[in-house]
Write a protein that binds this ligand. Structure first.
Ligand code: TRH
Length: 368
């Protein structure tokens, strides 16, 4: 794949917010990265309000515009259609827009941006075409991923340097933990353990469902011994990386914050977005099999890490053998190795070209 930069093009990104912040978060990050490279980008989103906090107090390049998802009655002409159409997470762009794409003299490049997964099948599916059943249009599946055979990960130019400057040595003796999660039925067991730890811990929790559960625990624990709990206000997306970099241990969720935690190169506990029939646990294992296999941790240490992460994702909902409480002290004990593992993993990922550069090359070949 030659590295010539494709001609400046117009990109339209379609995003439907299924749940939470991630769909909007990923699409905003993609749109901002493309626009920062001088491309004209329009982000169509059905819940613009979700972007408010994410874009708060942040200046984006002028070539980025955000529009409300078009009404079904809205009509489009071929000249309204962009050169590249990104359909995020199979959100089905408006039919009127798709029929306008079919009338365009040069059909646009149509990309379906898929959800991130470390599962092996992703490489086989990356880049596959899907001819439209009625129009002379072909949609291509573009899979983010952790391996060369995928489309890579969102990593804006200069991000790692910015993180290096934001990196603050934690002079505080307390272990600083960041928590952004979904509901966590087992949180009390872990908090009891943190409070009983020999060394001090600071747990900073952002607005999220787990925050209420932590507050409920706090309400019944006047003396939390070695544990200090703080409410970390929500920060705009542009400040999120520096926030993560200021913590020692990162508990995140979903997709976008999960990737940012890897760029921060700190040990991470991923609470994956729960799906039917526990298929999310397959996805979770696929990632940690890769992530823990960096030649830094022994098999025993890898198993402790996985036991904790699996229990955090209720992988063992039925058992009440307090896995979180029993494995956490062992994780803290090997913290320097976990940090090394996170750094080796990030360096591995940095060998991969970032998603936007790969996507531009991919469409560059489609719009020739
Ligand atoms: O909000 P999420 O749980 O989103 C999820 C996932 O995307 C999942 O894949 C999808 O299926 C589901 O929604 C529907 O987690 P995620 O992906 O980490 O998105 C959170 C966004 O919020 C991310 O862009 C980071 C941003 N954020 C900030 O900008 N500032 C903050 O302070 C915090 C806590 C988050």
């Amino acid at each position: 794949m030659t590295n010539q930069s494709p001609p400046l093009l117009r990109w339209d990104i379609f995003c439907r917010v299924i749940d939470n912040l991630g769909d909007a978060g990923v699409c905003l990050r993609l749109a901002a990265d493309l626009a920062s490279r001088g491309l004209q980008v329009c982000l169509y989103i059905d819940q613009p309000a979700v972007l408010k906090n994410l874009m708060h107090n942040t200046t984006y390049s002028k070539s980025l515009s955000v529009r409300l998802w078009p009404e079904d009655t809205e009509t489009f002409s071929a000249s309204d259609v962009a050169d590249v159409v990104i359909e995020a997470f199979a959100c089905d762009p408006p039919t009127a827009y798709i029929s306008a794409m079919a009338q365009a003299t040069k059909p646009p490049a149509w990309i379906n941006l898929e959800y991130l997964s470390a599962e092996a099948w992703v490489e086989e599916s990356h880049g596959l075409p899907s001819p439209h059943p009625r129009y002379a249009l072909t949609k291509y599946f573009f899979f983010p991923g952790f391996t060369p055979g995928t489309g890579g990960l969102l990593r804006e130019p200069g991000l790692i340097d910015r993180l290096a400057t934001a990196q603050t040595e934690n002079k505080d003796t307390a272990l600083r933990i960041f928590l952004f999660g979904y509901p966590q039925p087992k949180v009390a067991e872990w908090l009891d353990r943190l409070a009983a730890q020999a060394e001090p811990t600071l747990l900073a929790i952002v607005p999220c469902p787990a925050q209420q559960q932590v507050d409920d625990w706090l309400a019944t624990h006047t003396d939390t011994n070695q544990l200090t709990i703080a409410h970390q206000p929500f920060v705009p997306q542009a400040k999120f990386d520096a926030l993560l970099a200021s913590y020692d241990f990162i508990f995140i969720r979903g997709e976008d914050s999960f990737v940012r935690a890897q760029w921060a190169a700190k040990p991470l506990v991923w609470q994956i977005y729960p799906q039917e029939d526990a298929i999310h646990l397959v996805k979770l294992k696929a990632f940690y099999d890769h992530y823990l296999d960096q030649g830094v941790l022994t098999a025993k240490q890898r198993s402790i890490y996985w036991q904790f992460v699996s229990a955090w994702n209720n992988g063992n909902a039925s058992s009440n053998d307090a896995v979180l409480a029993s494995t956490w002290p062992k994780l803290v004990e090997i913290y320097p190795l976990l940090l090394e593992n996170a750094r080796v993993w990030r360096n591995q990922l940095l060998k991969q070209r970032d998603l936007v550069s790969q996507l531009r090359d991919f469409v560059g070949h489609l719009v020739k």
